[in-house]
Design a protein around this ligand. Structure first.
Ligand code: NAP
Length: 498
């Protein structure tokens, strides 16, 4: 523990322990907290400490909010083309350091090097997208009877926004919040997940390298319990863009009151329907990709597979055969199909759900913690496939967020839709079919913010809206794409006489 609050020209330092320590970035300065530090652990090999971070105090978070408030007016007044230049320079920085940052991301949360690099490059694309798209956001002019008056709307920024993000996409999720917030003239306080702070640090560093004025983006690490209240309280915080679990999102929403704008991107229990006319090999591909890449730790990951009874046996046999061929190992090792779970807490939760599943249904394959050479130091679980799953079972209803697939038999399209919709979540849903009528109906009938036809439940475009229905999302403002800008602006109506 350090008792000294220090400022530094750089944000990191290797101390006597040999572990690199990373600082907060508040009011244009890299600085340490007077409070404790916490370690960021590699889930593939827990003896590897990826970095040491500030377990910031409420006071640190309050300073970050104050710095963002102080910077708001001049940032809002900066010409938008200059703000766009900064976003583009930050994108350049991300791209230039993509290899290093990808390795760090893999070490801190376990995804493969390839997925990590894709995420970083996609994040740079997000920054570039908003650098352009943000400049097209405009108001409207309204006809009126007074020839000497013009009536028009202005879109203006909200003020200080809080960006609170999870560990599973530790650069792309904050990028798609911070970029639209900044281009529209807001300032921000960014709190990354305590389980993947280094990727967030690298994103903040990219903005610093791009020349962002002081106070516009403030980066604070630490536990939700300690700094959460300070970065969510109105009126200093005008808006909160949060991605994480439904339980945490609900808690934040209940604590902030009705004047704070909130955008809550939450959990999922995403279904994939396999119709009797489906290309079964393609259906297996989509199930494996959606269910097991990222070890099932994507909010849009496939977790329920609803299969028509005519093809159930054949599909299940092919799925198990495919899953048996998956290579499981650390994300830094080339050719691995699935890595570890991200944290000890994730491991415990997933193994617990697998035990529940064993009591409820039939575990056809996997589900055990992997041990032995290459596995003992990490949080590895063999991809699990349950059959005989029915609607009322816990493993059919609750988000597991791990490599666990529940196969549910259905006997018609109507049955499949009814079961798919029988969930409190509605984030992403997919169907595999060759029938154009069914494709059309599915887009209408499914209660899901993201609808995929002959595609995996996972994945979304930078330039298209993203979000869920029901308990998967609370906001009317969608993230991503042009709609991603709307959350960060408010409308003023101006009546201008001469
Ligand atoms: P989490 O435990 O809810 O945490 C998410 C973030 O919120 C973390 O930074 C956490 O900080 C912070 N946090 C939690 N409670 C808070 C509070 N009261 N005030 C302020 N901050 C608070 O979720 P996770 O385990 O990181 O991520 C997994 C969940 O995210 C899954 O449910 C998944 O479905 C969801 N997710 C949704 C989407 C989507 O777009 N819909 C995308 C990805 C993930 P600490 O880390 O310090 O606890």
């Amino acid at each position: 523990m350090s008792n000294v609050a220090m400022k530094s020209a750089h944000g990191s330092d290797v101390g006597h322990t040999g572990v690199e320590e990373f600082q907060n970035y508040i009011g244009g300065e890299w600085c340490s907290s007077k409070a404790e530090r916490f370690d960021n652990i590699n889930p593939a090999e827990t003896s590897d400490i990826v970095g040491r971070f500030q377990a910031s105090s409420a006071e640190d978070a309050e300073r970050a909010v104050a710095a963002a408030s102080a910077a708001f007016r001049s940032w809002k007044k900066m010409p938008i083309s200059k703000r766009a230049v900064i976003l583009n320079k930050a994108a350049d920085h991300l791209e230039a350091h993509a290899d290093r940052t990808a390795r760090e991301m893999t070490r801190e949360m376990g995804k493969s090097l390839g997925l990590a690099k894709d995420e970083i490059l996609r994040s740079a694309q997000t920054l570039r997208f908003y650098a352009i798209e943000g400049q097209t956001l405009s108001g409207e002019v309204f006809p009126n009877d007074d020839p000497d008056m013009t009536v028009y709307t202005l879109r203006e920024p909200l003020g200080v926004v809080s960006v609170i993000t999870p560990w599973n996409f530790p650069i792309s999720i904050p990028s798609r919040k911070i970029a639209p917030a900044l281009i529209t003239g807001n300032t921000a306080v960014f709190k990354p997940s305590s389980d993947a702070p280094l990727s967030g640090y690298r994103l903040a560093e990219a903005f610093v390298a791009a020349g962002l004025p002081k106070g516009v983006l403030n980066f604070v690490t630490g536990s939700a319990a300690e700094i959460g209240p300070a970065i969510t309280v109105p009126p200093a915080i005008r808006a909160i863009s949060f991605t994480g679990s439904t339980a945490a999102g609900e808690r934040i929403c209940r604590s902030v009151g009705f004047t704070t704008r909130t955008q809550m991107e939450l959990g999922g229990k995403n279904p994939l329907i396999v119709m009797d006319d489906a290309d079964l090999d393609h259906a297996v591909d989509l199930t494996v990709k959606g269910g097991f890449s990222l070890a099932g730790q994507a909010c849009t990951g496939t977790s329920r597979v609803l299969v028509m009874k005519q093809v159930l046996a054949e599909f299940t046999e092919r799925l198990v055969a495919r899953v048996k061929t998956l290579k499981i190992g650390g994300g830094l090792v080339a050719g691995m199909d699935m890595g570890p779970l991200a944290t000890a807490r994730q491991l415990e939760t997933v193994l617990n759900y697998i035990e529940i599943g064993k009591r409820e249904a039939t575990l056809l394959h996997g589900g055990e913690r992997l041990t032995g050479a290459g596995y003992d130091g990490g949080y590895y679980v063999a991809p699990a496939i349950f059959t005989g799953v029915t609607q009322e079972m816990t493993i059919a209803r609750e988000e597991i967020f791990g490599p666990v697939i529940a196969i549910i038999e259905v006997d018609s399209y109507a049955d499949a839709i009814a079961k798919a919709n029988d969930s409190e979540y509605g984030l992403s849903a997919a169907i595999v079919t060759r029938n154009p009528r069914v494709m059309h109906d599915f887009a209408d009938d499914i209660q899901s913010g993201t609808v995929k036809i002959n595609r995996t439940t996972t994945g979304n475009l930078v330039n298209a809206p993203f979000g869920g229905l029901k308990q998967s999302s609370t906001s009317t403002f969608r993230e991503s794409g042009r709609t991603g800008l709307e959350f960060y602006t408010q409308t003023k109506t101006v009546y201008r006489g001469c």
